[in-house]
Ligand binder design. Structure first.
Ligand code: XUL
Length: 521
């Protein structure tokens, strides 16, 4: 019995993969797209359309139905009785509200009926706010004010009070429907809710996902009494326990054994958030490796040697489900900014890429603060990019210099804004659409003075879950599993090609320009 199952309940789909940890192969994969397979929930992109004032909710019954379809599909693709370890991950921050009936119902699920049908009566709030919800600005301010300001929230919980985080969402629910809040006996995250259902009991939540709530004290990974009190009255007793990512929280429930052909007694490792799980699935759960994902927005995340919070309040600290902590920082101006410069000059991607061959590293004094839209790292809204370096360049008269200035500016900014993490990476794993562009990847290597390797990461969240379960229950080491399942494309590795000094000088200039621009912001 050497199969490990990893489940990923994300925004638009629920997917899973089964790995064989002896032969090192992925045995089976399946995915259920909510919009396609469950159109009756009116959520083509995984959330209920038409939310007002920034509200974005999903129906937790949809997640349960998807889990059932997923396991059904998977049981046709592999022999689930060979699965000997299970874990999973969920989209972060989303919350599920359950009444006093929850404990009993989840503990006595009948495999002759559906999950959603049986758990239906246990929801004290019929829908779940998810991470895309930005409706809680007022509640963030109230929580911060109650504990002494955003710096205090950040130092305690690893992030300033943020609209999508669970604490502010809970506070909003309490304020808008006190009776339903009072009827709530348990509040779970998406991850701990699904884990509970799988073990047929009330599961703890892990430090990785728990830290995305603005409620957990990252110095000891326990609920922070001040934050919990500032969020809503009587909240502490509604919260599950917080445990490390190495906890086995129970055995797979009878429901799943009877319905999908699993063996009895399979240990279930605590579920975590999708980002912490992805850190593991990318083979970066030990300090020394950094993951930079280049997408609509760019994201930087890494296992951290020490638990520190971002003094500027832009980054996040979550528990690392393997050990210690991890950081995550988003840069809103990612691909859209790169595209913005490309389009400004009517370039195609080949012309964009060629710009790097005709401009020098450091860009001969041409500098850009590449913020086309409001940015979160640093938090600013300059109303558009700022160009510095001569009259022609500043009036957008030099396309090649502008392309390089944009990309150099993005990664200089990323390096400066992530310095608080105290990392000295040996390698940067670059993922996401733009990571395949050698010119962009070379700028990353040069600015960070670090080797860059490209990772193909489809399914890293589910893979991370299966790997964690295998470490906890099948006696495998993370190193062995990484060697089997997470090999970066070594052939496409890039080394830094310029002296460190080139970008040190440009970084200083960039920071001066940024301070000046923010002063007039
Ligand atoms: C992280 C975040 C998203 C969600 C959904 O803070 O909000 O990445 O985890 O993927």
């Amino acid at each position: 019995m050497s199969y490990s199952l990893g489940i990923d309940s994300s925004t638009q789909s629920c997917s899973a993969l089964v790995i064989d940890v002896e032969s090192g192969v992925v045995v089976a994969e399946a995915a259920v797209n909510f919009g396609d397979r469950l159109p009756e929930y009116g959520a083509p992109s995984g959330f209920i359309a038409g939310g007002e004032g920034g509200e974005v909710h999903s129906d937790p019954r949809m997640w349960l139905d998807a889990l059932e379809i997923l396991l059904g599909d998977l049981s046709e693709r592999c022999d689930l009785s060979k699965v000997a370890a299970i874990s999973g991950a969920g989209q972060q921050h989303g919350s599920v509200y359950l009444n006093a009936g929850w404990h009993e119902v989840v503990g006595s699920l009948d495999s002759g009926k559906g999950l959603a049908e049986q758990l239906d009566a246990t929801f004290s709030r019929s829908t779940s706010p998810i991470w895309m919800d930005s409706s809680t600005g007022e509640e963030c301010a109230e929580i911060a004010a109650a504990v002494g300001g955003d710096e205090v929230v950040c130092a305690k919980s690893g992030s300033v009070a943020i609209e999508r985080f669970t604490g502010p969402q809970i506070r909003k629910f309490y304020k808008s429907d006190v009776a339903a809040y009072e009827e709530t006996a348990r509040i779970h995250l998406v991850s701990s809710f699904l884990c509970s259902v799988m073990i047929g009991g009330d599961a703890a939540l892990d430090t990785g996902d728990g830290a995305g709530m603005n409620l957990v004290d990252i110095s000891c990974w326990e609920w922070d009494g001040d934050l919990v009190d500032a969020t809503a009255p009587g909240l502490m007793e509604k919260l599950p326990a917080v445990c490390g990512g190495d906890s086995v929280v129970g055995e797979l429930g009878e429901y799943f054994v009877e319905k999908y052909g699993f063996s009895a007694g399979v240990p279930v490792t605590i579920f975590t958030g999708d980002n912490p799980s992805s850190l593991v699935g990318m083979g970066a759960s030990e300090p020394g490796k950094v993951v930079v994902s280049l997408g609509t927005s760019d994201t930087f995340f890494a296992a951290m040697p020490d638990v520190v919070a971002d003094p500027a309040g832009c980054g996040h600290v979550f528990g690392n489900p393997v050990a210690g902590s991890m950081s995550l920082q988003c840069f809103v101006n990612g691909s859209l900014a790169r595209e913005g410069v490309k389009d400004k000059f009517g370039y195609d991607w080949d012309q964009f890429t060629s710009a790097f061959t005709v401009t020098p590293s450091g860009n001969g004094g041409h500098l850009m603060l590449p913020f086309f839209s409001p940015e979160s790292s640093p938090r600013l809204d300059l109303g558009g990019p700022v160009l510095l370096g001569g009259e022609v360049f500043e009036r957008w008269g030099d396309g090649d210099a502008a392309v390089r200035a944009c990309v150099e500016g993005q990664f200089i900014n990323m390096k400066l804004r992530t310095a608080w993490m105290g990392l000295s990476p040996e390698v940067i794993y670059l993922t996401g659409g733009a990571s395949q562009n050698d010119a962009i990847a070379q700028v990353v290597a040069d600015v960070f003075q670090t080797r860059v390797e490209r990772l193909v990461v489809s399914g890293s969240v589910g893979l991370g879950a299966a790997m964690r379960a295998a470490v906890n229950s099948l006696g495998k080491s993370m190193g062995e599993l990484e060697a089997m399942f997470c090999q970066p494309d070594a052939g496409s590795a890039l080394e830094p090609g310029v002296e460190a000094g080139v970008y040190e000088a440009v970084s200083e200039e960039f920071e001066r320009a940024l301070v000046a621009a923010m002063a007039t912001d």
